[in-house]
Design a protein around this ligand. Sequence first.
Ligand code: FES
Length: 318
Amino acid sequence: MTAQEETLDLVVTGRREEAAAVVSLTLARPDGGALPEWTPGAHLDLLLANGIERQYSLCGDPADRTSWTIAVLREPQGRGGSALVHETVREGARLRVRGPRNQFALLPAPRYLFVAGGIGITPILPMLAAAQAAGAEWTLLYGGRSRASMAFAAGLVERYGDRVLLRPQDECGLLDLAGELDGLAADAAVYCCGPGPLLEAVERHCERTGRAPARFERFQPREPARTAGDRAFTVVLERSGRTLTVPADASVLETVRGAGVDVLYSCEQGTCGTCETDVLEGRPDHRDSLLTEAERAESASMMICVSRCLGERLVLDL
Ligand code: FES
């Protein structure tokens, strides 16, 4: 599945409790050698036992080429990946990872508002350091259920002072998005990571006020990948010279892989961007959680793990 992307076997060199139900893991090469470069906003795929894969943001310092840090929230309602990490991954354990990959890159801006909900703080951490180093003005609005559940909160306040607005819900209620977004300069960029309802509230606010769309990192899909009205359609793989029928109950990715064509993929939920494929002809029915409205309208690419076809036929660069 990942023929073209590097898979690394790493060792856990540190494990820390960062907050209630959050552990951070430090990963390094067993020989201490240099790890691949990454930029703020990048995530990696953790390849766990039983074929379970999960994406975690890198939250350490990109200049440190000898170790990576991720933080994992134990999600009681999750699909089992985070529980597996919490229960079985200790210092000295070996972990297989793939990546890093960045779908949430920090673009240059004079000002930023960072909005983080809960464990959504992880990709934001290296962004804060980068914004600070670039001399940008920035504010972090960081919400969580309670102070004890908010990983890295104390260290952030210590390092950055009143640029950091900590808003535990049990003390402050819901985040005052309007208060922060309304007063924001027009040239400020908004970056947000957290639970779906938070991302949607930020998205709605930006739309309503005519502000440029915020940039998001989602780890849960924005919409269901399958619907009752799904139909079969034809997909032409231009480079492979194949024409396939995507049945109503299968994805493009499943169909293409079933035909023996090697493609990269990871989350199969439209959230990680690994399977992004160039569209040469046809109108995709975008169901991913990554492309902006403008990118959807342009349809230069699609996430083939979830997106389908609005017409009868798609031609893909595969
Ligand atoms: Fe993650 Fe398609 S595999 S977006």
